[in-house]
Design a protein around this ligand. Structure first.
Ligand code: SF4
Length: 246
């Protein structure tokens, strides 16, 4: 895990800014809120470096343009449409910037979604209002050697905070045709042991591009059956890529 980079936002004369890659309107392409119209605020900067990352440009904070919460809100207001479901804070890792997100949350009535890698439980805990959360469960294979159990432990702490605060969420697990069933089994059992009484939803997300599943789709049923023993399970690919939209 990369060292958590602090100070990605700066305060100048009480003006807080954060590095933003883009703000745009589209359909949510992943998970339980798939198809919902959202305004996406993509932060630059991430504390992880997953090898499948489909937004590599957002991993480095220096790739963003520093914007104030007011500038972000102005753009959000420009992009509002009648079918809008929520603002999605995404990245990179949006929870590197909890104070900045709170500045926006304080000034809007729009619903808030957070798309997070789940490894920053203290920051998640700080967010004043969240209507829905997508939280990744990272696998060892998602990293070129720098996965450690702390990643999973921090994801579990984030989940605990969501459960305790009664926030709607789902866990997302990205799998590839070579993902090891035993690894998923171990994580599933660990999750079940920790949160035995909770009703969890897990979204299994077959890695894009979807063509790689053409002759491998059988194992998707294996993953679903394995996790379905303990959780509500959906298997959903990234639809925005199929539609060729952002
Ligand atoms: S956590 Fe998300 S943004 Fe960060 S490297 Fe992994 S996939 Fe990319």
């Amino acid at each position: 895990m990369k060292e958590l980079v602090k100070g990605h936002f700066v305060k100048r004369n009480d003006l807080m800014k954060a590095p933003i890659v883009e703000i745009f309107s589209s359909f949510q392409g992943e998970g339980l809120w798939i198809g919902k119209r959202q305004i996406f605020v993509r932060f630059a900067g991430c504390n992880l470096s997953c090898n499948y990352c489909d937004t590599p440009n957002s991993q480095n904070a220096s790739n963003g343009v520093l914007k104030s919460p007011e500038e972000v809100l102005e753009k959000i207001n420009e992009l509002k449409t009648p079918d809008l479901h929520s603002i999605s804070f995404t990245g990179g890792e949006p929870l590197l910037y909890p104070d900045f997100i709170n500045e926006i949350v304080d000034k809007t009535d729009l619903k808030i979604m957070i798309e997070t890698n789940g490894t920053l439980p203290d920051s998640l805990y700080k967010i004043k209002r969240m209507n829905c959360v997508s939280l990744d469960i990272k696998l060892p294979e998602h990293f070129d050697g720098d996965w450690d159990e702390n990643i999973l432990n921090n994801e579990f702490l984030s989940l605990k905070s969501l459960v305790e605060n009664n926030i709607k969420f789902y866990c997302k697990i990205i799998i590839s045709p070579s993902t090891n069933l035993d690894v998923i089994k171990r994580i599933g059992e660990k999750l079940h042991d920790k949160f035995m009484d909770e009703k969890f939803t897990i979204v299994i997300q077959p890695q894009s591009p979807i063509e790689q599943w053409k002759n491998n789709s059988d194992i998707l049923f294996d993953f679903s059956e394995l996790l379905g023993e303990y959780f509500e399970v959906f298997t959903i690919p990234q639809t925005h890529k199929i539609l060729n939209i952002e």
